[in-house]
Design a protein around this ligand. Structure first.
Ligand code: KIV
Length: 278
């Protein structure tokens, strides 16, 4: 694929009016970021889903700022075209405005991200506004917000009542007013995701929120079938790479045990005349 210029948050915002869909996937390290960037995906999210699909935590709550900075830096090193969004982990933006700006700055300065993402609607709008005023673009995230999943009563679809739907629309408008350049809508009923999308002038990026969003994002490890501990209903699995990897590991083990590996072509050889002198 021909190398194109690096995408900016302005390019992403402009997609709303152009109507061309925004593509987004998660990445947490250099090789995956290379693949995703090369495939022409618009936004690479270094999500705090890192905790579950890479670090083996039960949920995203335990993820630390240092872990996010470390993985965001690895991703940024690989990326030439995609817009890199670094996720702000739980506890990194809700204790004070100063801390929120300090941590968002770390993702940009140390992690090399182009922007940050944080979870929350109206309640987080003042934090978003403060970070945006500090010169850092922010992506919002409403609907199912995994960092506060216990307060939501579990991993459930959001926007199932008229009251919840109105609250989501208010949240989206508050985030737009606070300066977000886009908003992730997670597990929002398709009808309400459409209403939210129509209610704001910034793009919505859906995950489990139907077809009417301005873009789509998935956790890559779910999408390629690498992480199979749990696959949400809204994920379309385009591959089952855990099966191929598992098969490769078993074949390697058997080859080593049966002395079939390494073969002649995998070995280094000393010249015969040198060997005689040993
Ligand atoms: O952390 C993450 O990967 C996310 C996506 C699910 C949007 O927030």
């Amino acid at each position: 694929m021909e190398q194109q210029a690096k995408l900016t948050v302005l390019d992403v915002r402009a997609r709303k009016s152009s109507g061309s869909m925004i593509t987004s996937l998660t990445a947490y390290d250099y090789p995956w970021a290379l693949l995703i960037d090369k495939a022409g995906i618009d936004i690479i999210l270094v999500g705090d889903s890192l905790g579950m699909v890479v670090l083996g935590y039960e949920d995203t709550v335990a993820v630390t700022m240092n872990e996010m900075v470390h993985h965001t830096r690895a991703v940024s090193r690989a990326v030439k075209r995609s817009l890199v969004v670094g996720d702000m982990p739980f506890g990194s933006y809700n204790s004070s405005f100063e801390k929120a700006v300090e941590n968002a700055t770390r993702l940009i300065k140390e992690g090399g991200a182009d922007s940050v993402k944080l979870e929350g609607g109206k309640n987080m709008a003042p934090v978003v506004e403060t970070i945006v005023k500090a010169g850092i673009p922010v992506q919002g995230h409403i609907g199912l917000t995994p960092q506060t999943v216990s307060a939501l009563g579990g991993y459930k679809a959001q926007g199932k009542s008229a009251e919840a739907a109105r609250a989501l629309i208010e949240d989206a408008r508050a985030l737009e007013d606070a300066g977000c350049f886009s908003i992730v809508l997670e597990a929002v009923t398709a009808q309400i995701a459409r209403m939210v999308t129509e209610a704001v002038s910034i793009p919505t990026i859906g995950i489990g929120s139907g077809i009417h969003c301005d873009g789509q994002v998935l956790v890559t490890h779910d999408m390629v079938g690498l992480f199979d501990r749990f696959t949400p209903k809204f994920v379309k699995q385009y591959a089952k790479i855990n099966e191929s990897i598992n098969q490769a590991i078993i074949s390697y083990k058997e080859d080593v045990e049966k002395r079939r590996f390494p073969g002649e072509k995998h070995a280094f050889n000393i010249k015969a005349d040198e060997l005689e002198k040993v």
